[in-house]
Design a protein around this ligand. Structure first.
Ligand code: GTP
Ligand code: MG
Length: 200
């Protein structure tokens, strides 16, 4: 099955996107297969409201394992199954906490196995910074070497980010495919769906 990997720094909105994109595609109860770095596997069925309450947080490194769900993407007259995979947030440098390091390693192992990469950045991190983080720049460079890579610029719903988006346009390489989104309010999801469909 086609695998679509959601990647990015911690707290950028990966899990919010994971759940809300599933909802956008018509899912109302999620069956999530959780794979821990230890190898333990659990399957949980939850309503989207419960999933958002228990899996999303404004604290860093809420997600410390792979979370997978299967989406049915409408294509031509039928539907194609795509495995959407939420991951542990990446960081610049080496994290001091071993559990987080192991979870990051588990995420990185999936890079080469995935057909579609959805790299999320949080536009608010550009408020006070002139540049993207090192890990984001590395992922963008990696994205240029593969097909089916998109950069999702998240949290555009925050009014104060309007100028920041202009700043982003000035620093992003012209050959990178990017889509502004709000994972929270499901903005830009039609374009993301189109990108996924074109990647199948
Ligand atoms: N305003 C706004 N907030 C968002 C958006 N997407 C996510 N958030 C908030 O950002 C915080 C982090 O969201 P998560 O979805 O847990 O982020 P994550 O990347 O999965 O984080 P980790 O698993 O901890 O690495 C939460 O407080 C979300 O409500 C968005 O589009 N707009
Ligand atoms: Mg998360």
């Amino acid at each position: 099955m086609i695998k679509a990997l959601i990647l990015g720094n911690t707290n950028v909105g990966k899990t919010t996107f994971f759940l809300n994109f599933a909802e956008f595609l018509g899912v109302n109860k999620v069956l999530i297969k959780v794979e821990y770095p230890s190898g333990k596997i659990l399957t949980k069925e939850m309503s989207l409201n419960i999933a958002r309450k228990s899996l999303v947080s404004n604290e860093a490194h809420k997600t410390l394992r792979l979370q997978k769900l299967t989406l049915k993407i409408p294509i031509f007259k039928g539907k194609k199954e795509v495995k959407l995979i939420d991951t542990t947030g990446l960081i610049d440098g080496i994290h001091p906490n071993k559990e987080i390091r192991n979870a990051i390693a588990q995420t990185l192992e999936y890079l080469n196995e995935s057909h579609i990469i959805l790299h999320i950045i949080d536009i608010t991190t550009l408020h006070n910074s002139k540049t993207l983080s090192l890990i984001d720049r590395q992922l963008i460079d990696f994205g240029k070497t593969i097909n089916n890579y998109a950069l999702l610029i998240n949290k555009i719903d925050l009014e104060k980010n309007k100028d920041t988006l202009t700043k982003f346009k000035n620093i992003i390489d012209k050959d990178v495919y990017w889509i502004p989104i709000s994972a929270l309010y499901k903005q830009g999801f039609y374009e993301v769906k189109k990108f996924v469909v074109n990647s199948l």
